[in-house]
Design a protein around this ligand. Structure first.
Ligand code: CDP
Length: 806
């Protein structure tokens, strides 16, 4: 080596691998309007499909007359359940083991339900034809409250299940009951509660909301009858699963189905499930022999596609007088809407709600979840959370606050007193999880110090006094949240979706000139996978991230994978990428040994090359090795340089974080101002700090929306009251607070590069931070619990109910 030879550090910097704030490669096309979304797909002879939807939340369908619609020029077909029935497609299985009407079969069960599918030459004709379909309804009594749904004389919603005393998840105790899922030891928990010094009780409601991605759901189905091939482009978060389901439903062999997810404008869980629009588009394309496009409008998306949350969580938490938590009891009433279409791993009908012991060392706990049918849209997706972790984190972070009030203790101190300690990891939780790693005290202390917590409490106390003296009408709230996430579903032995084990995959091909393409079973919806997965590989195989193309979403080319949701991409597919990279490196080592005429054990890896141990001037770079792999016969080795990994994670990863929100609240108007929002995240090894920061900003903004105003609200007869963006709160840059981000780094011990997920964390931790800030502002005046969203009216009402307006 001479002085000009770049050092290892210089070469590593050039790779733009792990830890590098590499700019998002996707943004070149996104910022120039060159993205390729489903609605950008235009095909010759393409037809458009759209739904006649029910205006009623519960009604019998007496008749459907399509004559006038069919007579409209440009209308090609109008499908109803009767047309789908001979194909066995008028109902379809849900991800949760239930079944769901594709088109209304005899009755409708929620407002916006799909009744008929109109297929026409363009969207305008569609809209006119929808008005011409005559549906005669007979209204039935509506239930939108899950507690009323369980009353003995409540109307029977699912007549198709009449007499069925058990469902996919065990016994049904009522005609509108879906399942009871229990975890933990209730008898032992009750015993601890009975003997406890202090027991705090509260009902915490996490309201129904909706992921509301900027791009709504849609697809284009194209049946090539000559070759027997079906191609389906769509907004799918799990394209391979869609292909398998499409094959099972349609009888078309899986190799004859190609599913493609092009660019996706946000998913957040909304695009995991299978919707009637997909089924109807496929059928319509088969029937007409022409491509059929279906794209929802905003109201369709909000009213009819998968909602999130809607959990009533009744909690009890017990502690000693000095604040050591001794037990936790949680009973959930879960409103699943008209069909149980929750997107959860099969064995977890309430997702990972059993992470509700949070960051705390709680010796004994019980969780029971009752799933209930109501006249609301089906769904129950993990809106930027890993399967109900948001509900779990909100529940425990509210219960901690309620306990702190009962104990008369500072809530930050109560948390620190009960955190799982660093030396307790791996930690076995009372509800069955093995937390892989964590260092909560360090993160918490860093967070409290960063915001100068003690000074904030002094300021808050002074503010209360000033308020009482009539010198101000503004209160100060300090919202604390310490969350533990659980992300990266699998392992396969525990987690499957419709029987498909939750592994993930990566396939790499190194080209002769030393650049590469890697394909994965996941699909980015804006998270920047093309940027970050190339970084993981760059560090593993010594090829610059700029020379690695990442491809996802085409089932004809990508290896089978379970898709992207619940922050599983980095923990599972990211691990597959690292493992496939290691296979490439292992073969490259043998090639290098041959080229350098040494034993492969005499070589060591140095950033982008193999060097001879003790003789670093003798080396072969990955570029040289790649070329040799294709142009030289190497004894004992196949030509080429490719690898594939199907990765079954041994455990999930457990990211965590400490969030603090400082909020000013105007008692008279109910308005608020987020003065400061500090977010410390620990997602293990950080692949791209800039992308992580972006994920935290986006997730915290969704958390802000949910906590402070976003809601899918229904009236008593099941009308969706927030079906447009006039009523459904989607914060713009005007409302969005400013965030300060920070981190600690506790690598996952089982992930090949120590990375944990991060995409969901800010939503999981953010909601309790915002909500606790509102509660905390009113704590000195006696507020214990108030339901989200904390919009202006509700905050005003808290103040009014506490007598602060008189
Ligand atoms: O599954 P999803 O992509 O939604 O979530 P994720 O695995 O948490 O990743 C979100 C984005 O953050 C991806 O681009 C990841 O590669 C990136 N990330 C990172 O840079 N470092 C981590 N430790 C975790 C995620």
């Amino acid at each position: 080596m001479n002085d000009q030879t770049p050092t290892s550090v210089e070469r590593a910097t050039k790779l733009k691998g792990l830890g590098h704030s590499r700019k998002r490669v996707e943004d070149v096309r996104f910022t120039q309007g060159k993205g390729n979304y489903v609605d950008d797909i235009k095909m010759p002879g393409m037809l458009f499909g759209d739904f006649v939807r029910s205006p009623y939340a519960h009604a019998r369908i007496k008749s459907i007359n399509i004559d006038a619609a069919m007579a409209l020029p440009g209308v090609v077909a109008v499908l109803t359940a009767k047309d789908l029935e001979p194909l066995g497609l008028h109902w379809m299985p849900t991800l949760a083991g239930d079944k769901q009407m594709v088109l209304a079969d005899g009755k409708v069960l929620f407002q916006g339900q799909e009744v008929a599918f109109v297929v026409a030459d363009d969207r305008y004709i569609n809209a006119d034809a929808i008005d011409l379909v005559e549906v005669e309804y007979e209204e039935l009594p509506v239930v939108t409250d899950p507690f009323k749904a369980l009353e003995p004389d409540a109307p029977v919603l699912r007549e198709d299940l009449a007499g069925q005393t058990s469902g996919a998840h065990g016994a049904r105790k009522h005609h509108n009951h879906i399942f009871l899922w229990e975890v933990g030891d209730e008898a032992a928990t009750d015993e601890v509660m009975a003997d406890a010094d202090v027991v705090a009780e509260e009902t915490v409601y996490y309201h129904r909301t909706h992921p509301c991605p900027l791009e709504t759901c849609g697809c284009v189905a194209s049946m090539d009858k000559v070759n027997g091939k079906l191609t389906l482009w769509g907004t799918f978060q799990a394209p391979h699963v869609v292909r398998t389901v499409a094959s099972l439903l349609s009888g078309i062999e899986e190799h004859n189905i190609r599913v493609v997810s092009p660019d996706i404008g946000g998913g957040f869980g909304n695009k995991v499930g299978v919707y009637p629009g997909y089924v109807c588009s496929i059928v319509a394309s088969i029937v007409t022999g022409r491509p059929v496009k279906w794209i929802e409008d905003r109201m369709d998306n909000l009213m009819a596609t998968a909602f999130a949350r809607d959990y009533w969580m009744k909690g009890k938490i017990s502690a000693t007088k000095d604040g050591k938590i001794t037990g936790l009891h949680c009973q959930v009433t879960a409103d699943h809407g008209a069909f149980d279409a929750c997107a959860d791993p099969t064995k977890f009908p309430a997702g990972f709600m059993s992470i509700c012991t949070g960051s705390y060392d709680i010796p004994v706990a019980y969780l029971g979840v009752d799933g209930v049918y109501t006249n609301k849209a089906p769904g129950g997706v993990s809106y930027r959370c890993s399967f109900r972790v948001t509900e779990a984190a909100y529940f425990i972070e509210r219960m901690i606050e309620v306990l702190a009030i009962k104990l008369g203790m500072d809530a930050a101190e109560l948390r620190a007193k009960n955190f799982i300690k660093k030396d307790q990891f791996p930690y076995q939780s009372a509800l069955g999880w093995e937390y892989d790693s964590g260092d909560y005290h360090t993160a918490w202390e860093k967070a409290l110090k960063a915001v100068d917590y003690d000074a904030l409490r002094v300021e808050q106390a002074e503010r209360v006094e000033a308020f009482k003296r009539g010198e101000t009408r503004k209160l100060l709230g300090i919202g604390l949240s310490h969350f533990t996430e659980i992300v990266g579903a699998g392992p396969v032995k525990n987690c499957d979706i419709l029987g498909m084990g939750m592994f993930d995959s990566c396939e790499i091909r190194i080209h002769p000139t030393g650049s590469a393409i890697a394909r994965l079973g996941t699909i980015s919806q804006g998270q920047g996978h093309a940027t970050t997965f190339a970084q993981i590989l760059a560090s593993e195989i010594g090829i610059s991230a700029d020379s690695i193309t990442i491809e996802e979403g085409d089932t004809d080319t990508a290896p089978y994978g379970l898709g992207t949701y619940g922050s599983r991409s980095t923990p599972v597919a990211g691990a597959a990428a690292a493992m496939a990279g290691r296979k490439i490196r292992a073969k490259a080592q043998m090639t290098a040994a041959y080229l350098l005429e040494v034993h492969d054990g005499d070589l060591e890896w140095d950033v982008d090359r193999f060097i001879v141990k003790g003789a670093p001037e003798q080396f072969k770079t990955m570029t040289e090795i790649a070329y040799a792999s294709y142009n030289q016969a190497i004894p004992g080795l196949e030509p080429g340089l490719e690898a594939v990994s199907y990765y079954d994670p041994p455990n999930m990863t457990y990211p965590f974080g400490a969030y603090i929100c400082v909020m000013e609240i105007d008692v008279d108007t109910g308005t608020h101002e987020v003065r400061r929002f500090y977010a410390l995240d620990d997602c293990g090894t950080r692949i791209n700090p800039m992308i992580i920061e972006g994920q935290v900003h986006g997730g915290a903004t969704e958390a802000y929306a949910i906590a402070m105003g976003q809601e899918l609200a229904y009236d008593e007869i099941g009308n969706v009251k927030t079906g447009t963006l006039m009523d459904f709160f989607l914060p713009t840059s005007w409302e969005t607070p400013t965030y300060e981000t920070d981190f600690t780094e506790t690598p996952s011990p089982h992930h090949p590069i120590g990375a944990k997920g991060v995409g969901e964390s800010p939503n999981v931790g953010g909601v309790p931070a915002f909500s606790n800030a509102v509660h905390d502002a009113f704590r000195p005046f006696g507020l214990k619990q108030s339901h989200m969203p904390h919009d202006q009216w509700r905050i005003w009402k808290i103040a009014n109910d506490l007598g602060l307006h008189s």
